[in-house]
Ligand binder design. Structure first.
Ligand SMILES: C=C(OP(=O)(O)O)C(=O)O
Length: 358
């Protein structure tokens, strides 16, 4: 039982039920990997659809809305050569902003290829723009979990909220959820996230997925910044019902989000692995499955004649062998068969059944 429930146990995104027991809702995070090239952005949408993602996501921001011009540049950008010499983070972000007049075309392209169109808004005007496109849900980035007016604005749209929680404490999350609930939102998914680009596996703390579920009583997902798909499979195993993952057309491109993003075949492999993981989890009921029925009958052991046996001869232990198939007298009845006499002669290797004995 959740300490307190801040929303419904399932949400509906573009007609898809999302939550425990449902297929994982996979968000392919294109972010800024379009390089301000519309054809690249559309190709990213195609790749998301081809890989089997449920949604493609971009980011709608302006450098002015995100950063004070005086914000120091993060070390991963400097150390990774992801900002030009002397370039501030503000200037770098300015250089990768999505042109806002693309959204309409990107949303209809996503519709044409059958993936939901999402974009994380980072300022009020972005919500207004996305609302005009009637996006099916709003993503709140980890960076914005304390941007309560933005959360309130998104919540007031009545759309489901997907709130990422990298760097957030339980108190931060509680404030975000109180704000969302106060503005009428009850369809909320929280995403656990480790914010670094990429984070170390030791820093993922995927067991926090369970903590968030118990603490807040809403569906929990995972926003992944790692390479590969180990973390995604583990997250799904631990109950994540949404997975968001960065991808790119090629890591050999310049831009802050390319180096840790999956390439198209890797995105497809991740989604296959997630589907295999969720199918593998099953019902938790331990039983012989239909698929095992033939092997259960032919591949397990039961009692067979260990040699030619004569009618009326009491069987000693050596007269009985334990062999395949499994449809003779069960092995656990061995002691009950020793000392019994067959009604007729029995050939070596004949499968023993109760009707052969008096
Ligand atoms: C940065 C984002 O999210 P996250 O914190 O989940 O990586 C985003 O949605 O743009």
């Amino acid at each position: 039982m959740a300490a307190r429930s801040y929303g419904n146990d399932h949400v509906t995104i573009a007609g898809r039920r999302v939550g425990p027991g449902e297929p994982t809702y996979v968000i392919a995070e294109a972010g800024s990997n379009h390089n301000r090239d519309l054809a690249t952005a559309k190709r990213l949408i195609d790749v998301a659809a081809e890989a089997g993602a449920d949604a493609v996501k971009f980011q709608t921001y302006t450098a002015e809305g995100l950063y004070s011009r005086k914000t120091p540049t993060m070390s991963y950008l400097k150390d990774g050569g992801l900002v030009a010499d002397q370039e501030s983070v503000f200037e770098m972000i300015k250089r990768i902003e999505i042109p806002w007049d693309w959204h309409d075309e990107l949303a209809s392209h996503a519709g044409q290829v059958g993936v939901d169109f999402l974009s994380t808004p980072f300022e009020d005007a972005a919500v207004d723009l996305l609302e005009k496109l009637d996006v099916p849900a709003y993503k709140i980035a980890s960076y914005e979990v304390n941007h309560l007016p933005l959360i309130e604005k998104c919540a007031r749209t009545g759309k489901p909220l997907i709130i990422s929680t990298g760097m957030a404490s339980l108190a931060d999350i509680e404030r975000a959820l109180d704000t969302a609930n106060g503005a009428g939102a009850t369809e909320i998914v929280l995403l656990h996230c480790a914010i670094n680009y990429p984070p170390r596996f030791e820093d993922l703390n995927l067991r926090a997925i369970g903590t968030l579920a118990s603490a807040f009583g809403v569906p929990i997902g995972w926003s992944d910044h790692t390479m590969g798909h180990t973390a995604d499979v583990v997250a799904v195993t631990l109950g994540a019902c949404v997975v968001e993952k960065h991808y790119t057309l090629s890591r050999d491109q310049e831009g802050p989000d390319h180096p840790f993003a999956l390439e198209p075949d890797e995105l497809a492999a991740m989604i296959t692995a997630i589907r295999e993981a969720e199918a593998s989890l099953g019902t938790s009921i331990k039983r012989v499955t239909e698929a095992e029925a033939e092997m259960f009958r032919l591949g397990r052991r039961s009692l067979v004649a260990g040699r030619d046996l004569k009618a009326g001869e009491p069987l000693d232990r050596d007269a009985i062998a334990v062999k395949r198939p499994g449809y003779g007298i069960p092995v656990h009845e061995l002691d009950a068969v020793v000392g019994r006499s067959p009604k007729r002669d029995i050939e070596d290797d004949e499968i023993l059944t109760w009707d052969l004995f008096a």
